[in-house]
Structure formats: structure tokens, C-alpha cells
Write a protein that binds this ligand. Structure first.
Ligand SMILES: *Cc1c(COP(=O)(O)O)cnc(C)c1O
Length: 435
């Protein structure tokens, strides 16, 4: 490494973070491209000087910042004042009245990362942070082990930043996820194996090639990007925390970082303290975190994924046990739903709120429904549901479960006949429901 890049590895005066710390044993490290503790193999997390942050950060300063995740730059682990800003973040927080009524809730909000920029999933948040930090640490090639969305984000944002990119995906991903990576021109390795095998391979490559893997050797920085899902919701609710949140779990990272984000805002005085309940969603075909929660275990038993919700199909989730801990101590829940329920969840959200989400979002909506029906979410709780990805990327999931267009001749009578037929069909369907 050259002298110039070396000096950048140390937080400078404009950095608000102070280094890395092991989540298990507390050992501290310099802010380099490392992610596990040398002593206990625990995961490393970024530390900040919160008393300094409390003195400088105000609601007004945040609101005067860019309309992206970078309005929260003091809470993110980068040194530069010119981060890679591709408009990521500040996605809509939609008041979901029709879905709320359908479920019997009073105040339901959808945090809609199905329209996040540039690649229509929450992963644009973590990648914007990881690649900004990768550049600071002197990496010129970036990479990732991905279930699909991460490959899309890494390829797109690397293209924008002019970084070389090589991504690894399981070979059985949805067509939209593969195409949505290839178009940016990275090298794509489609591995015969599931995500956990892809991830293991990438750990070896990271050790031998000196590349910046956003979710491996850059993981402490990458994962901090998910905190912005917490900050934005607090700001968009008028600088208040909700009563209950529901979010999908793959590695469990996003879930734990929403929690960290809320806590930090309390710590520096941006919002009032409040007991927020945290509930997590998994697909039954890959639900190691839900199983550990249900069985009140303090360890995760890895599983082999088999579900249509591929973007959240991680059989050996790195942050699973921390997610269980948060759900437990906040009086929340972690539930799983079947593939059938996931498709119904996708349709329910589309038909009630006009949001087409992918399978991960279907998982979250189906879990929300299940929790409400089981009395595990009260109707008067202000509830925020995190929709993390876009349905156009997983079209396979709903094929065969949605209607067909009515094909007609370009003539009025052809239209009238088709309309009459569709109304009769609607009536017949209703009769079927009624008998
Ligand atoms: C990656 C991903 C998640 C979950 O991410 P973790 O932080 O690993 O739990 C959720 N939804 C979508 C759409 C994703 O791509």
C-alpha cells in the first residue's frame, strides 16, 4: 500500500468514527479492511464518539443536507466529505391506509425501498457506504457474495465510481437479478451452489486477491449503511420512533442496524427514547433465525435453503443470534411464512397499496398479517413495515398467480363483449367465494 492510501486508513479530524470493536470480547482495532476478531472470531463493529456527535448534529443540519443517505454522514463510517452519492435513500414512508384497514390496524406505514436508487432495493444503502469506504482504503476492485440484490447494487455503484467489479452469485438466481447485474458490465461468477457456499468461496478469494468484498472484509462499514433505514423512518415520522417495526431477515444484519440507528438517535438527543418492538420475517424454507427464536435457543442451527424468497435465503446467518436477541428484549417476534403465503403477501401489497415488491417484501407482508392475526401486533401500535426490494426483479414468483390481459380486436363490440365476459367471471368468482 502506498503512503497516501495508508494515511487514509486512519480516521481523520472529519471522521466521527473512532475504530472497530469486537461485538463479543470488546477488543478494539484500527478502521481497516477487517471483519473478525483475532482473539475470539467475533464480528467487528464500527465505534463512534457519541458525545462529540451530540454536540454537532442537529435536526436542522440533517434536514439541510442532501436528499440521500448522506444527510446522515456523521453517523456513517467514512472520512470523505464527497462520498459516492447516487441518490440512495430518502425513499417514501407511505401511510398504508387500505392495507391497514384490511388487516385491522390503525396506523401502518410502509418504508418503500422497492424504489430505492439506483437498483431498486435496500442494498443500495449498504453498497454506497461500503464502496465509499473501499475507495478510502485504497481498493480498486470491489466484489461481493450475493443473493441477487447485492450484486445489482455493487455492479451499478462500482460502475458509477469507476471501480473494477467482480461479483459472485448462486447460479439459480431469478433472470431479473442476473440481467440487472450484467448490464453494468462487471465480471459475474455464477457458482453451482447455494449462497452459503458462495460466501465461503468468497472468503477464500478475499484472502488471496486483495479485493474489497463489501459483505466480507468491508462488512463492518457495509452493515452501517442499514442504519439509515432507522434514521429515515424516525425523521419521516416527524422525529419520533414508531411502536413496532417488521423487517425481513437474511443474515439478520439489517434488522440489528435499524435497532442501532434508533438507539443512536436517542443517544445524541435527536428523538425521545421509546420502547420499539422489533419483529422479523423469514421464509419457512429458510428460517434458521425464526426457529432459534421459537425454540428459545441461544445459537443458530444452519439450514439448507429451499424457498422462492431467494434474496433472503441465507442458511447460516452471520447476525442471526443478534437478531434473536433484539426481538426477545424488545418484546417482538420472529415468524416464518410459506412460499404460498409469500406470493399472497406480494399480491396483497400490490392490490391494496400499489407497491410491487419482490419475494422478500411478500415475506414481510405475509408475516405482518400473521402477527396481527395472532394478536402479536396491537391495532393501535404505530407500525412500520420495511419493504426492501422490487417485484420486477422476481417476476417468476407471481407467474401463474395473477390474471391475464383480455385480448380483443380493435373494435368497440369486441371490447364490449370482453368487458361483459370479465364481469361475469368476476361474479362467478364471487359466487365461488360465497358458497
Ligand atoms: C439482502 C436483503 C435483505 C436482508 O438483508 P440482511 O441484512 O442480510 O438481513 C432483505 N431484503 C432484501 C430484498 C435483500 O436483498
Amino acid at each position: 500500500m502506498t503512503q497516501a492510501t495508508q494515511s487514509l486508513t486512519q480516521p481523520s479530524s472529519s471522521a466521527t468514527f473512532t475504530g472497530l470493536k469486537c461485538k463479543e470480547c470488546g477488543a478494539e482495532y484500527e478502521a481497516k479492511a477487517i471483519h473478525v476478531c483475532e482473539f475470539c472470531f467475533g464480528p467487528l463493529e464500527v465505534m463512534y464518539d457519541y458525545s462529540a456527535l451530540a454536540q454537532t448534529v442537529t435536526r436542522e443540519r440533517i434536514q439541510a443536507g442532501p436528499n440521500s443517505i448522506w444527510r446522515y454522514r456523521p453517523f456513517l463510517p467514512v472520512v470523505t466529505d464527497t462520498p459516492i452519492d447516487v441518490g440512495t435513500g430518502m425513499t417514501p414512508l407511505l401511510k398504508a391506509n387500505r392495507l391497514a384497514r384490511r388487516l385491522g390496524l390503525k396506523r401502518l406505514y410502509i418504508k418503500n425501498d422497492a424504489v430505492n436508487m439506483p437498483t431498486l432495493s435496500f442494498k443500495d444503502r449498504v453498497v454506497s457506504v461500503a464502496l465509499t469506504r473501499a475507495r478510502e482504503l485504497g481498493f480498486t476492485t470491489v466484489s461481493c457474495a450475493s443473493t441477487g440484490n447485492l450484486a445489482n447494487s455493487t455492479a451499478a455503484i462500482a460502475a458509477h465510481a469507476g471501480l473494477d467489479c467482480c461479483v459472485f452469485i448462486p447460479s439459480d438466481l431469478e433472470a431479473g437479478k442476473v440481467l440487472g447485474t450484467l448490464v453494468y458490465g462487471p465480471t459475474v461468477m455464477a457458482v453451482h451452489g447455494n449462497y452459503d457456499q458462495v460466501n465461503r468461496l468468497c472468503s477464500e478469494v478475499a484472502n488471496t486477491h486483495g479485493w474489497g468484498f463489501v459483505n466480507i472484509n468491508l462488512r463492518p462499514y457495509y452493515s452501517e449503511g442499514s442504519k439509515t433505514l432507522g434514521y429515515e423512518v424516525a425523521e419521516q415520522l416527524g422525529w419520533q420512533l414508531p411502536d413496532h417495526i417488521v423487517a425481513p431477515l437474511a443474515s439478520g444484519s439489517l434488522f440489528t442496524k435499524i435497532y442501532k440507528g434508533f438507539q443512536e438517535f436517542v443517544k445524541v438527543g435527536l428523538v425521545e427514547e421509546k420502547a420499539v418492538r422489533f419483529s422479523g420475517a423469514q421464509a419457512e424454507g429458510c428460517s434458521p433465525i425464526a426457529q432459534a427464536f421459537r425454540e428459545e435457543r441461544d445459537f443458530i442451527t444452519p439450514v439448507k435453503p429451499s424457498t422462492i424468497a431467494k434474496s433472503i435465503a441465507i442458511g447460516n446467518p452471520a447476525d442471526g443470534i443478534y437478531a434473536v436477541d433484539i426481538a426477545r428484549k424488545t418484546n417482538g417476534n420472529i415468524e416464518s411464512v410459506t412460499d404460498q403465503e409469500i406470493v399472497e403477501g406480494m399480491k396483497l401489497l400490490a392490490e391494496t397499496e400499489g407497491i410491487f415488491t419482490e419475494t422478500a417484501g411478500g415475506t414481510t407482508i405475509a408475516t405482518l398479517k400473521k402477527l396481527v392475526e395472532a394478536g402479536k401486533i396491537n391495532s393501535d401500535e404505530t407500525t412500520v413495515v420495511y419493504i426492501t426490494g422490487n417485484g420486477l426483479k422476481t417476476q417468476e414468483a407471481v407467474q401463474g398467480y395473477i390474471g391475464q390481459p383480455l385480448t380483443i380486436e380493435p373494435k368497440l363490440d369486441s371490447f364490449e363483449r370482453a368487458l361483459e365476459r370479465s364481469r361475469t367471471l368476476d361474479r362467478l368468482e364471487w359466487q365461488e367465494v360465497l358458497v
